[in-house]
Design a protein around this ligand. Structure first.
Ligand code: SF4
Ligand code: SF4
Length: 104
């Protein structure tokens, strides 16, 4: 079994359901997620209309991250994984807040 070093984390957006489990389980509170719900195609309107979550934003603040991997372990949809590369340095603290584009 190969060992993947704890490094940066990749978000696999197609697998993410915006369930928020990673954000809730993160001990450092460094994941912030925004999403909205949309009706499933073909689902009739009304109180029992079926919906799905759509991810609007996913931000990971590397300045707070402990690289513990709990978010990866807890994600029920395998939407997070170790990327195998180090987090790029930033010259301002805000530069360590990575959004979807950087986490892909
Ligand atoms: S736990 Fe996984 S599926 Fe849920 S919001 Fe986090 S990355 Fe997405
Ligand atoms: S590796 Fe740990 S500290 Fe970093 S985002 Fe995941 S759960 Fe939070």
């Amino acid at each position: 079994m190969s060992v993947v070093p704890h490094s940066s984390i990749r978000l696999i957006e197609d697998s993410c359901t915006s369930c928020m489990i990673c954000a809730r389980e993160c001990p450092a509170w460094c994941i912030a997620i925004d999403s909205h719900t949309e009706p499933l195609p073909g689902s009739p309107p009304g109180p029992r209309q079926r919906t799905r979550n759509v991810l609007d934003s996913f931000v990971l603040d590397w300045s707070l991250c402990l690289y513990c991997g709990i978010c990866i372990e807890e994600c029920p949809f395998d939407a997070l994984e170790w990327a195998g590369s180090n987090v790029a340095a930033a010259d301002v603290l805000g530069g360590l807040r990575h959004g979807r584009d950087q986490l892909r």
